[in-house]
Design a binder for this molecule. Structure first.
Ligand code: AMP
Length: 604
């Protein structure tokens, strides 16, 4: 990394009113190419809309106009980001000016970089005290956000980021805080603990980010958030991101955000009726396996797979290549001349699968694309509409499949609104579906071969083969079917044609039913019942308990079983054998300002 060029600004608060910035959705134009994106104003950097596949252009040129230090641009280059997402294009210029910001966006839109980059750009590296504090509803999100900060700061020497969340060692956190960090990302409870103890000094704080504010509200952290806000210096920048705007969040904005810039991703309906749209919910680590199955079950034909970064396009293409698929990569690193050759090969059927980033596939028009796979979810509905518009060309039918993690589920509804139709749920194709497709393929190949004339240079060889067949049918009692079957088995070799069935996995539980019954594969008998000393009169809801317990213990929310709320206490079912240290740490955890004081009741 090059040494960082420091270009810090004081915290200029602009007092003039600002227009609402809307990264607007534009429908597909007649030829299916996408028309320009924002309908906003001069603050949105227009260079971010320029395609950057030209050989001479730098991959991160889309970020170049924001005035970010070189060290951050270099880190973005390493991350493989080619252009800012709409939320980034709209938010970064505002935050660079020191304005407060209210963003309506969900996970998957690129919102983390939208606040992390401008806040990192303004950090004073000489000062070893917290300058940016991010509050996140869950420890998973806190870790994810702190890792993102670390990635973006990877070329900035002397910048330290710390994640503070329940369940990890308190003393260790204190030591790290003492050593000096400039960015702290944490869950509200643990951040409050450190603030109360004086181990987290907020006197030098320049910016506070409330990430997924509506989730914090849902999980019962809103009073904690209020408390944190009240402890901060009066001169600070506040950034609030929320997918929805319930009245409590609006109230926080009115109270604590000063003349904020507002960033909303608007959506418009588009015509995507010829395209069958489906989605698969799956954890991140299962994506590659699921992709191979989807491709196999889909059968032959052109496919485009969309990924967010250059690195992912390469990883996916390598995996497909290893499976013997005819695939190619199209990303910002691919020079224009090669890009054109690749598209030509796709049109001719020499390449079947193209793995592309959004920018590189912009305007791509290839009739034989029958399937678009959103391997990484798009940033917003506009990108989605553009992506799926690569299939269903020239009046043909098309298929579009979207991979979504559980965290990205909310995106589904805004995409459905944008396309004006349902995006059906589907399962990863089963062994039976894949086998059926393999049998269909075999039949089709045989049929095609029967209809094709034998090429001249193979005629002699084929004539000799024919002699063998005739001799065999004279000398053995084999029927023509048996002979054909023997030939097929010979061609197939040792490799089985069909997928060998794996041992059956435990059946998946349905979504309905009580909490305790829908925990994956966990039977009620492997749960224990606990009592916590908060109830109706503390205004508690089940989500509050799930949030607090999951944050403190690291349990997946889905592992937390049935919750029953009584007037002055509640019961909650947890997996059997919770380690004593965890139980001890749960004692002190506060929900709605009251300690849980958890105690074991009985097996659930
Ligand atoms: P977020 O909405 O912040 O959770 O981001 C979702 C994902 O998009 C993360 O994996 C980011 O690394 C990735 N991402 C964010 N900005 C960009 C960008 N400009 N180009 C490509 N990927 C990005």
């Amino acid at each position: 990394c090059r040494p960082e060029s420091k270009d810090f600004q004081a915290n200029p608060r602009r007092l003039t009113p600002f227009p609402v910035i809307q990264a607007q959705q534009s429908p597909l134009s007649e030829d299916g190419a996408l028309t320009a994106v924002p309908d906003s104003n001069e603050l949105v950097n227009s260079s971010s809309e320029v395609e950057s596949t030209d050989e001479s252009s730098k991959a991160v040129s889309g970020f170049a106009g924001f005035g970010l230090p070189d060290s951050l641009l270099e880190a973005l280059e390493r991350c493989g980001y080619e252009q800012p997402s709409p939320i980034q294009a709209a938010s970064i210029p505002e935050l660079m000016l020191g304005r407060d910001l209210l963003g309506q966006a969900q996970t998957g839109t690129g919102k983390t970089a939208a606040f992390a980059l401008p806040l990192l750009a303004r950090i004073d590296l000489e000062a070893r005290l917290p300058q940016v504090l991010v509050l996140a509803p869950t420890r998973e999100l806190a870790i994810q956000v702190s890792e993102a900060f670390q990635r973006y700061a990877s070329c900035t020497k002397g910048l330290h980021v710390l994640a503070l969340y329940g369940g990890s060692d308190f003393r260790d956190q204190i030591q790290k805080l003492r050593r000096g960090v400039q960015v702290v990302v944490g869950t509200p409870g643990r951040v409050m603990d450190h603030m109360r103890q004086g181990t987290l000094d907020v006197s030098g704080l320049q910016a506070l980010v409330l990430d997924e504010a509506d989730e914090m509200l849902r999980m019962g952290f809103i009073d904690d958030v209020q408390w944190v806000l009240e402890q901060l210096p009066t001169q600070r920048q506040v950034v609030l991101f929320s997918a929805t705007m319930p009245p409590e969040i609006k109230r926080i904005c009115q109270q604590h955000l000063q003349d904020p810039a507002e960033v909303i991703i608007r959506t418009q309906k588009s015509d995507a009726t010829r395209i069958r749209q489906r989605h698969i919910l799956l954890p991140h680590h299962q994506k590659l396996g699921a992709l191979l199955r989807v491709l196999e079950a889909h059968g032959p034909g052109g496919v485009i797979i969309f990924a967010r970064t250059k690195a992912v396009t390469v990883t996916v293409a390598e995996a497909l290549d290893a499976e013997g698929m005819a695939c190619a990569v199209l990303n910002g690193d691919v020079p224009q001349s090669l890009r054109e050759r690749t598209i030509e090969r796709l049109k001719q059927g020499k390449v079947d699968v193209l793995v592309a980033t959004d920018v590189a596939a912009r305007g791509l028009d290839v009739e034989r694309i029958g399937l678009v796979i959103n391997y990484d979810a798009p940033f917003d509905s506009e990108a989605y509409v553009h992506r799926i518009g690569r299939t269903g060309r020239a009046g043909r039918e098309g298929d579009a499949i979207l991979f979504l993690s559980h965290r990205e589920r909310r995106l589904l509804h805004s995409l459905e609104r944008a396309v004006g139709s349902q995006i059906e749920a589907m399962e990863v194709p089963s062994d039976a579906e894949i086998n059926q497709q393999r049998l269909d393929n075999l039949q089709q190949q045989l049929n095609d071969l029967l209809e094709q004339p034998v090429p001249e240079d193979r005629q002699q060889e084929v004539a000799l083969m024919e002699e063998i067949i005739q001799r065999l049918s004279r000398e053995s009692s084999a029927t023509p079917e048996q002979l054909a079957l023997a030939a097929l088995r010979l061609a197939q070799g040792d490799q089985p044609l069909l997928v060998v069935p794996q041992p059956q996995q435990a059946p998946r539980q349905g979504r309905q039913g009580e909490r305790g019954e829908r925990r994956q594969g966990r039977t009620p008998s492997s749960m224990e019942r606990f009592r916590v000393e908060v109830g109706w009169r503390d205004r508690i809801k089940p989500g509050h308990l799930v949030g607090a317990i999951a944050n403190e213990t690291g349990l997946d929310g889905r592992q937390i079983g049935k919750i029953t709320i009584f007037d002055d206490h509640s019961t909650v079912d947890l997996p059997q054998g919770m380690p004593p240290q965890l139980m001890q740490s749960l004692q002190r955890v506060r929900v709605m300002q009251k300690e849980l004081q958890i105690s074991r009741v009985a097996p659930a």
